[in-house]
Write a protein that binds this ligand. Structure first.
Ligand code: SAM
Length: 265
């Protein structure tokens, strides 16, 4: 396997056992996942056949399987994540509707079957160096009418930009615009590339049409969560985030962007 994928495998495999606890203890991360599940529910019919790219511990897969009664096939480059997710599904009694394979996103086309809904959430695509091949593969694993949902770490987050402006430290912010940036994952880090909606739009095959794009973590990126201590204040932050995600233009400036695209031909 390519040395870059080997590094992603090493870092995420080591994080697998603590990943759910880390994500679950952060109220903005929980809000982001709730928004993603909500968007999935708008697009997934009962017993949908779904494919997840970069599943991690399969937090979303277990939720959506419970809500739709559908099946999920997962890909991830980290063997530790695959093993953890298989064990979790056994514990939840969902193994019969769940499969997981070690494979990079760029090779998705090799799966050799099609799905109703294909999704990748919370940054797996930021650590995929060959997005051209990934999108070519997406055509092979969908049919007209199929839905693609992607969330990715974005180059421009409004709250973060304002924060560094107020601190008069624009250089710290600019690092996000670079080609590759080291991002912390539990006790280690991986090199990722932030993406913009325009880049995704340009890469998306012509037979897909974007029907919705919303920001997640627009004023408060997940790392700011620990600064909001009171439960009432947290509720207010979530309310503001929900409203901002509906405001055109502003919504495009989240810590992540969640894109919904439908295959039209
Ligand atoms: C930040 S985690 C997100 C996990 C999960 N989707 C979630 O929302 O909690 C990223 C996951 O994607 C996997 N990943 C990263 N780059 C990948 C790639 N190029 N191809 C496949 N999986 C990848 C990692 O191993 C990790 O499990």
């Amino acid at each position: 396997m390519d040395p870059y994928y080997q590094e992603v495998d090493r870092v995420f495999s080591a994080a697998a056992r603590v990943y759910d606890e880390r994500i679950g203890s952060n109220f903005i991360n929980r809000h982001v996942r709730d928004m993603e599940i909500r968007e999935m529910m708008r697009n997934a019919h009962k017993e949908a056949k779904m494919l997840e790219i970069g599943c991690g511990t399969s937090q979303e897969a277990s939720r959506i399987m419970g809500l739709t009664g559908g099946s999920v096939t997962c890909l991830d480059v980290a063997q530790g994540m695959i093993d953890f997710s298989l064990e979790k599904m056994r514990r939840l009694g969902l193994s019969g509707r769940y499969r997981a394979f070690k494979m990079p996103a760029a090779e998705v086309g090799k799966i050799g079957e099609t799905f109703d809904l294909v999704y990748s959430f919370n940054g797996a695509l930021n650590s995929e160096p060959d997005l051209e091949n990934f999108f070519r593969g997406i055509v092979q694993v969908t049919e007209p009418g199929g839905v693609l949902l992607l969330s990715f770490r974005s180059r421009f987050c409004l709250g973060e930009w304002l924060y560094y402006r107020i601190r008069n430290d624009p250089d710290s912010y600019r690092s996000k615009r670079g080609e590759y940036v080291d991002v912390g994952v539990v006790n280690s880090s991986v090199r990722v590339r932030y993406l913009s909606l325009k880049e995704i739009r340009d890469l998306l095959p012509a037979n897909f049409r974007i029907t919705r794009a919303i920001g997640l973590g627009i004023l408060f990126p997940p790392y700011a969560a620990s600064r909001v201590k009171w439960s009432l204040a947290r509720k207010a932050v979530i309310a503001v985030e929900r409203i901002l995600s509906l405001v055109p233009v502003i919504s495009g400036f989240g810590d992540q962007i969640l894109v919904t695209a439908v295959r039209v031909s």
